[in-house]
Design a protein around this ligand. Structure first.
Ligand SMILES: [Zn+2]
Length: 112
């Protein structure tokens, strides 16, 4: 398995600094600004918050972890992780099998 981190294309908002995978109607989903620019995020990020999901719709395996992590050059991404995470942990982007999900986080210490 390759451990190279993929580059994830996101739209960075110049008004509120949020980064989103998609921007319906060309507007920032966080603040409504139209001042968005595409940037590529890759490599490792730092976990800003994380929680364990223990209840999910039928067919979704639990538990799993969802977390916000901050990546250079300034994007906070929401991603899923199969391992427990704590604030401040380092995570790496890895491609997800699900094209809707696009990527997952893996803890730095869990990298092969
Ligand atoms: Zn914004």
């Amino acid at each position: 398995m390759s451990t190279a981190a993929p580059a994830i294309g996101v739209l960075a908002c110049a008004s509120c600094s949020a980064a989103h995978l998609e921007a319906p109607n060309g507007r920032c989903p966080s603040c409504g600004s139209g001042d968005l620019a595409p940037i590529a995020v890759e490599g490792t990020g730092r976990v800003a918050s994380a929680t364990t999901v223990r209840l999910a719709p039928p067919g979704v395996a639990v538990p799993y972890v969802i977390a916000y992590a901050d990546f250079e050059p300034g994007a906070r991404l929401l991603g899923r992780c199969d391992s427990p995470l704590r604030i401040g942990d380092t995570v790496t982007l890895v491609p997800a099998d699900d094209p809707v999900e696009r990527f997952r986080f893996i803890p730095e210490e869990a990298r092969p």
